[in-house]
Write a protein that binds this ligand. Structure first.
Ligand SMILES: C[S@@+](CC[C@H](N)C(=O)[O-])C[C@H]1O[C@@H](n2cnc3c(N)ncnc32)[C@H](O)[C@@H]1O
Length: 225
């Protein structure tokens, strides 16, 4: 199936609110479990960068998983970040969780490099996927842990529809439509391998982790974990 890109930013109040209220408990708890699977026994006690953080659910989960870490979430959408900031106040995590509005690539970030760079569901939004990989390069040092999860494009529209009905059949229509479009905008594993090759990051592992998700992970310098 041919890739159909979707708009990069999710910046209408309706879209941000529907996304923040959606039930991502299962896929997002899987993200955290996958991090623990690929980086066993790691306790990140430094700086974590979450690229394309949206309303921050993944950032919150990492902040709770690693109580000595500080998490910086970056997103271009003011509407998404507003919801994340409100939640951080409610959950009294403002001392360890910071949100920065800006466009990847190019957004200036406070640290020169991070202990871990994580991202969920940003890559498929990018019209230039190399922008994710150049940002990963710019903010890594040799031992940085890279952990990028995203949707995986199905072979055909029928499969995309089946996946949408199976996993978001109970969500509001706006979310079902977003999900269906996102499946069309996602990359195939082979396309991501090519992107990594181009970015000189081909030592990172790429693997499917569900019927609709894939994971790119590894240490920035390629040292085994
Ligand atoms: C599908 S949401 C994922 C949000 C969050 N990571 C999660 O898993 O819940 C994708 C987010 O990426 C943001 N985004 C897309 N392109 C971006 C860019 N070039 N720079 C910054 N943020 C971007 C969108 O605004 C949106 O909030």
């Amino acid at each position: 199936m041919k890739r159909i890109p979707e708009p990069e930013l999710m910046d209408t109040p309706e879209q941000a609110a529907a996304y923040a209220e959606a039930d991502f408990e299962e896929p997002h708890s899987q993200i955290v479990s996958q991090f623990q699977r690929v980086f066993p026994n790691v306790d990140v006690s430094g700086e974590i960068l979450d690229l394309g953080c949206g309303p921050g659910d993944i950032a919150f989960r990492f902040a709770r998983l690693f109580p000595h870490s500080r998490v910086t979430g970056v997103d271009g959408s003011h509407e998404m970040l507003k919801l994340g900031e409100e939640r951080a106040e409610t959950e009294t995590l403002t001392d360890r969780l910071t949100f920065i509005q800006g466009i990847i690539p190019g957004v200036p970030l406070p640290e020169q490099s991070y202990d871990a760079i994580v991202s969920n569901s940003l890559l498929h939004h990018l019209h230039h996927p190399e922008h994710l990989w150049s940002t990963v390069r710019a903010y890594s040092r040799p031992e940085t842990l890279i952990f990028i999860a995203d949707l995986m494009r199905p072979d055909n529209p029928e499969t995309a529809r089946e996946i949408m009905e199976k996993h978001s059949g109970n969500e509001p229509e706006v979310l079902q439509r977003d999900f269906y479009n996102s499946l069309h905008a996602a990359f195939e594993i082979e396309e991501i391998r090519e992107q990594l090759q181009q970015a000189d990051l081909n030592h990172l592992q790429v693997e499917p982790i569900s019927d609709r998700h894939l994971l790119v992970w590894g240490r920035f310098d390629g040292a085994p974990f």
